[in-house]
Design a binder for this molecule. Structure first.
Ligand SMILES: NC(=O)c1ccc[n+]([C@@H]2O[C@H](COP(=O)([O-])OP(=O)(O)OC[C@H]3O[C@@H](n4cnc5c(N)ncnc54)[C@H](OP(=O)(O)O)[C@@H]3O)[C@@H](O)[C@H]2O)c1
Length: 273
């Protein structure tokens, strides 16, 4: 795995599987742009990487529970970098982060939809000029096997809310976006794929959900690295992987009309149109 001279951004790399992937990419020689909210956790990761003699990562703090946070992150990255070889959209919150009740983002959107999906959607589009400038380049959307179809009459789940459904809806939205973006990027040299890294890894979001972990971050991290770097993934795009294997997502992901509706809504909510 040789990443010398390559620039990579991984959101949500202050903790969990993102932290593992960031450390591995730094060890491979990449210039790693790390992101999260927690300064102390970012510093501990940067110190670990530096101690091992790798390129010192740069920390870009941003709160993705507001679209302005996502915009500020993209602006900060683009101010420093005209090229981005790899963008891993990994930051996320679990089904019970901040409790079991429904919450909204700074923009008034259902919180899991906002953090897990809308911010990544906006970031991908804002960063695209730098990603295209580095082609062949890759985008990896870290989704989940937990997927729930979107009810377009109540996308913000104002009725009958539960965190599991909200989380799973946001994860399916990421997969639907991946398929659309892959179509849009055909011929550009940029590929985009999504995955379920591993089931119930031992991470903060799993522990705060009261779930007993059954996988390690190494397992999930290696699955992410496979999509990010694997030679066998060159030129392959628009796919969903369960761990190391290509898999089928929820049927709504393959519903062209549903994807069009999601895309139109997302462009409007993020102010991209
Ligand atoms: N754990 C699993 O078993 C599992 C299974 C399937 C899919 N996934 C997916 O894998 C990804 C990583 O999950 P993980 O288990 O590694 O989670 P984690 O350990 O809880 O880490 C989450 C990361 O996201 C960042 N983050 C959370 N909320 C944020 C916000 N509002 N703004 C900016 N950054 C924010 C955190 O940053 P700070 O700590 O700095 O705030 C942290 O770096 C997620 O997309 C998740 O849905 C996980």
């Amino acid at each position: 795995m040789k990443m010398d001279g390559k620039t990579v951004l991984i959101t949500g790399s202050t903790d969990g599987v993102g932290r593992y992937v960031a450390a591995k990419l730094a060890a491979a020689g990449a210039n790693v742009l790390i992101h999260g909210r927690d300064e102390a956790r970012a510093k501990s990761l940067a110190d670990d990487i530096r101690r091992q003699g790798h390129v010192m990562p740069t920390f870009y703090p941003a709160d993705l529970s507001s679209l302005s946070g996502a915009r500020q992150l993209a602006e900060a990255v683009l101010a420093d970098h005209k090229r981005l070889d790899l963008f891993i959209s990994n930051a996320g919150i679990g089904s019970r982060t901040l409790g079991a009740e429904r919450r909204t983002s700074a923009d008034g959107h259902e919180l899991r939809f906002a953090v897990n999906y809308l911010s990544g959607f906006l970031l991908a589009y804002l960063l695209l000029p730098a990603i295209k400038a580095s082609a062949p380049s890759r985008i990896v959307n870290v989704a989940s096997i937990g997927q729930h179809p979107i009810d377009f009459d109540d996308v913000m789940i104002t009725r009958g809310y539960n965190g599991g459904r909200a989380y799973a809806q946001s994860k399916l939205a990421q997969i639907m976006f991946t398929i659309d973006l892959a179509d849009e990027l055909k011929g550009s040299g940029v590929t985009v794929n999504s995955l379920h890294p591993a089931t119930y890894m031992n991470t903060t979001m799993v522990r705060e959900g009261g779930i007993t972990p059954i996988s390690t971050v190494e397992q999930g991290g290696e699955a992410i690295l496979h999509l990010a770097l694997g030679d066998d993934m060159a030129g392959r795009s628009g796919l969903f992987f369960n761990g190391m294997h290509e898999a089928q997502a929820n049927p709504q992901a393959y519903d062209v009309t549903a994807r069009k509706r999601l895309r139109a809504l997302s462009l409007e909510l993020t102010g991209l149109v």
